[in-house]
Design a binder for this molecule. Structure first.
Ligand SMILES: [Zn+2]
Length: 515
């Protein structure tokens, strides 16, 4: 389930909820505190769906109302149990407890206090509404506090997980996103989600820019909401997939959304301010919705990581976040399928951080204890699977002639997986990838380090390296801890294969002498 919601200010209703539904949003987030202050008992009488004129899912957020206001304006005049009852009585579908937001840059002491108080309120609120309403209540959201203190976030998550919330959320992430600290956001979400049950949805408040949706989804956020479309619009900003453009700097309306198609840039600039803002809100919503659909399509195709890599290159702060996410590949790996219907697209060393690649690299090292005596490292040939390449055929015949086939484990080295054993080269994903060549320096370095580690830990009696100068420098090749067969520009030339035959023959002679 990936369901975006968009925040609506119920006091002004500046964007008609019915239009949200037409654009494609089947859920919206509104503000319990402002509903209460503005409509009081009228919302209870009418029900929040009739009041707002929206038939989809309505999430009422004490976080974005009560708690958000605590962050901005200090204490608000509302009791946590009273606002919880109000959310039940107006018929919210999903409701947020009135938590105490840590704020992302708060001191440890303050963070500890906010965690304690939020957990206490969580317990008290859930017990209270269960006693009063039994099964007739909304789904409850439990925000995980702790701010930038990641150990606190992790322990707060475990404590909140003990309470029967239906949905969990990261507490007070808005400041982190407003400050472009997406790297910290990654750490906070990983810390929170590590302590939460993976079968419960996770909500990210305030995620409103399409450039970061794929990051949020890759992190395991199932729901997100934001008022960014309106905030940007009021500031005269037009959302794109990569950033925002001020309306006066727009030279083209490049977006294909219905709002952009029904007007021209000239007419748009002539519009009165209020209509201009409405146009921007409508376009911004379409831009968000379109990106959500693209992310969902990439998920369906097994290409979310590729989509994320493209988006991350739209802003250095997002690229930084992706680098941090790659360090947490084990967190992602748990739920990454072992087989996909699409191959991996490898752009550069950042692509090596994806869980499918790291999983293979780690598994090969762990499973490297081999029955065979000699490890032969060949460069990757062109054709995939590598064993179908005629160049490998020549090596296989050479080993058969020397009666070494039984003793030699052939592995191909390549800068994506480090190496590919010939015996499994048809297994996903060893042959199911496309990589940009020439490989980047970072990828080549990473492969050389990996090969040295593999040779050291694999326990073969001998390792033989048939070098390819386009993949390995002489210095790096020397550090791998293997016998080199020679140094030829083309590793598949007659001369280079002659060198390989000589090396293998002399190893065989050595072994026979040894016997
Ligand atoms: Zn548009």
């Amino acid at each position: 389930m990936k369901l975006p919601r968009f925040c609506l200010n119920p006091r002004t209703l500046e964007f008609p909820p019915g239009r949200l539904w037409e654009i494609g949003f089947k859920g919206l987030t509104s503000n319990a505190y402002i509903l209460w202050k503005t409509y009081g008992g009228k919302a209870v009488e009418m029900g929040v769906h009739s009041l707002l004129g929206f038939k989809g899912v309505i999430l009422t957020d004490s976080g974005d109302s009560g708690a958000y206001q605590i962050l901005r304006y200090g204490e608000v005049e509302v009791d946590p149990l009273e606002i919880a009852r109000y959310q039940c009585e107006i018929g919210s579908d999903v409701a947020v407890i009135l938590d105490v937001p840590t704020g992302w840059d708060a001191s440890r002491r303050k963070a500890e206090k906010t965690v304690e108080e939020t957990v206490r309120r969580g317990k008290e609120t859930l017990r209270h509404v269960r006693e009063l309403y039994g099964g007739k209540q909304p789904l409850w959201v439990g925000p995980v506090q702790g701010g930038c203190h990641l150990d606190l976030v992790a322990s707060a998550a475990k404590r909140m997980a003990e309470l029967p919330f239906d949905v969990y959320a990261l507490g007070s992430p808005t400041g982190v996103m407003e400050s472009y600290r997406f790297d910290l956001l990654v750490e906070m979400i990983v810390a929170a989600k590590s302590g939460l049950p993976c079968e419960k949805p996770f909500h990210l408040f305030g995620a409103g820019h399409p450039a970061m949706f794929s990051l949020a989804v890759a992190l395991g956020c199932d729901l997100f909401d934001s008022a960014a479309y309106a905030i940007y619009a009021k500031d005269g900003r037009y959302i794109t997939e990569h950033g925002t453009i001020r309306i006066e700097r727009l030279r083209f309306l490049s977006c294909p959304c219905p709002a952009c198609r029904k007007t021209s840039l000239e007419d748009l600039k002539e519009l009165p301010e209020k209509e201009k803002t409405f146009f921007l809100m409508e376009h911004n919503l379409y831009a968000c919705f379109s990106e959500v659909e693209k992310v969902k399509q990439s998920l369906a195709e097994g290409r979310l990581w590729e989509h994320l890599e493209v988006r991350a290159r739209g802003h250095p702060a997002l690229l930084q976040a992706l680098k941090i996410l790659a360090k947490h590949w084990k967190y992602l790996e748990k739920h990454t399928p072992r087989w996909k219907s699409r191959g991996l697209l490898i752009f550069d060393e950042l692509s090596l951080g994806r869980p499918e690649v790291q999983r293979v690299r780690e598994t090969l090292v762990e499973a490297s204890k081999c029955e065979k005596k000699i490890l032969l490292l060949l460069p990757e040939p062109e054709v995939k699977p590598y064993t179908q390449d005629e160049r490998y055929g020549k090596v296989a015949r050479l080993l058969a002639e020397l009666k070494l086939s039984e003793d030699v484990e052939v592995c191909f080295y390549n800068p994506v997986f480090g190496l590919t054993p010939a015996s499994v080269c048809e297994v996903y994903p060893f042959s199911q990838f496309e990589a940009a060549k020439p490989y980047s320096e970072g990828m080549l370095r990473s492969m050389a380090e990996y090969l040295a580690e593999y040779v050291k830990t694999s326990g073969f009696e001998k390792a033989v390296l048939h070098p390819d100068p386009s993949l390995l420098g002489q210095e790096d090749a020397g550090k791998i801890g293997a016998v080199l067969t020679g140094w030829e520009a083309d590793p598949w030339s007659g001369k280079a294969l002659g060198n390989l035959r000589k090396t293998m023959a002399s190893l065989k002679a050595e072994r026979l002498t040894g016997l």
